[in-house]
Design a protein around this ligand. Structure first.
Ligand SMILES: Cc1cc2nc3c(=O)[nH]c(=O)nc-3n(C[C@H](O)[C@H](O)[C@H](O)COP(=O)(O)OP(=O)(O)OC[C@H]3O[C@@H](n4cnc5c(N)ncnc54)[C@H](O)[C@@H]3O)c2cc1C
Length: 329
């Protein structure tokens, strides 16, 4: 484990913001994790958090505590019966690297999730998803280290995966660090082409089931579509394909609809989803340089959308400890 003081972590947040943290703890070996947590706790007086690829956190200024960055990796796999493969990756592996590892071997399951930024360790937290697939669809289990306790295993039925949600974003939030994640993949074709851009490319006539395809063809197409839609965060910091959109309930939705009849409000299970916040954030990124100004602009724009009560807003943009960071989605 390495400890740095007054550390500039611009290279570790995909917004590319000029931000520093009082302490930065680099954990390259899983066995050092309990000691790292203890040290971070002591140094920061309890104000510490974990950081993976920094692609789902917006820092609104310097971080006054300690950031623990997990860089341990490793991908292993074992072949099971009935054409199934169990793949395990360390928290510090880049998500896309894991996807490439699997599709290059012809295994099905993660191909639609190509090019999502971030680390394997963070993927289960918000149950990352794209192009009609979520990581929870092929998730097997994970290993985590609670802040006060021995490492434990979490099976899929304990994770409460839902739309960009999981138990790790709810009851377990901030209470555990994910160290390894396992996925159960298939050697037999399982193409998921329901998403309209994939369907239009691979099955324009609706007469193929896609079983002649290889998973890397789908991963490559997904990556191509993503690159066409979004700037590479390594070149231009941006908020990604979407924020978790606020869902308005009951009277809130009715009031909003009558005040803003043209707003993009779509029915979802349990409410009405307001789309378009991602555009607000990306516009703010284009015109502002300081992280404080970006945060002010985002907050102003979202409140300016109108009729959104504070509870709707805070549910979609989740403040991290100390309110020095905004976790998105
Ligand atoms: C350009 C762009 C496109 C995107 N597209 C998508 C998309 O299509 N679909 C989608 O679902 N998401 C998308 N995202 C969001 C992002 O890729 C995911 O949320 C990703 O899982 C974040 O990973 P990370 O390692 O960067 O997490 P970070 O931003 O480093 O951390 C996010 C949160 O997880 C916590 N955390 C990180 N690692 C661990 C760990 N090992 N254990 C416990 N807690 C941890 C952190 O404390 C923080 O609260 C996109 C983001 C960008 C910038």
């Amino acid at each position: 484990m390495k400890i740095f003081k007054d550390f500039d972590f611009k290279a570790y947040n995909t917004f590319g913001l000029e931000v520093r943290t009082k302490y930065w703890l680099e954990v390259a070996d899983e066995v050092d994790l309990p000691r790292a947590i203890e040290t971070a706790d002591e140094l920061s007086g309890g104000q510490f958090m974990f950081l993976g690829g920094g692609s789902n956190v917006l820092f609104c200024g310097n971080y006054p505590g300690a950031l623990i960055h997990l860089s341990f990796g490793g991908i292993q796999h074992s072949v099971l019966d009935h054409g199934q493969i169990l793949v395990e990756a360390g928290a510090g592996v880049s998500w896309h690297e894991l996807v490439r590892y699997t599709v290059e071997r012809g295994w099905w399951g993660l191909e639609n999730l190509a090019l999502i930024p971030g680390s394997v360790g963070a993927a289960p937290i918000q149950n990352i998803g794209a192009y009609g697939v979520e990581q929870g669809d092929v998730f097997e289990s994970l290993r985590g280290v609670p802040l006060n306790g021995p490492p434990s295993e979490y099976m899929k039925d304990q994770c409460a995966f839902a739309y960009r949600n999981s138990v790790f974003k709810q009851q377990m939030k901030g209470k555990m660090v994910i160290t390894r994640v396992r996925y159960r993949l298939h050697t037999e074709p399982h193409p998921q082409l329901a998403y309209k851009e994939l369907k239009a490319f691979f099955d324009p006539t609706g007469q193929h089931d896609g079983r002649g395809l290889k998973p890397d063809q789908i991963a490559d197409k997904v990556a191509e579509i993503r690159r066409a839609k979004l700037p590479d965060p390594a070149v231009l910091g941006n908020a990604g394909s979407f924020f978790k959109n606020p869902v308005l309930h009951g009277d809130d939705a009715d009031t909003f609809r009558s005040n803003f009849p043209n707003a993009p409000l779509f029915e979802v299970r349990g409410g009405s989803k307001l789309e378009g916040l991602c555009g607000v954030v990306n516009r703010a990124m284009r015109v502002e340089r300081s992280s404080k100004r970006i945060c002010r602009r985002i907050a102003g724009a979202c409140l300016g959308i109108g009729a959104l009560r504070r509870r709707s807003w805070t549910r979609s943009l989740d403040p991290c400890p100390g309110h020095h960071a905004l976790g998105s989605r």
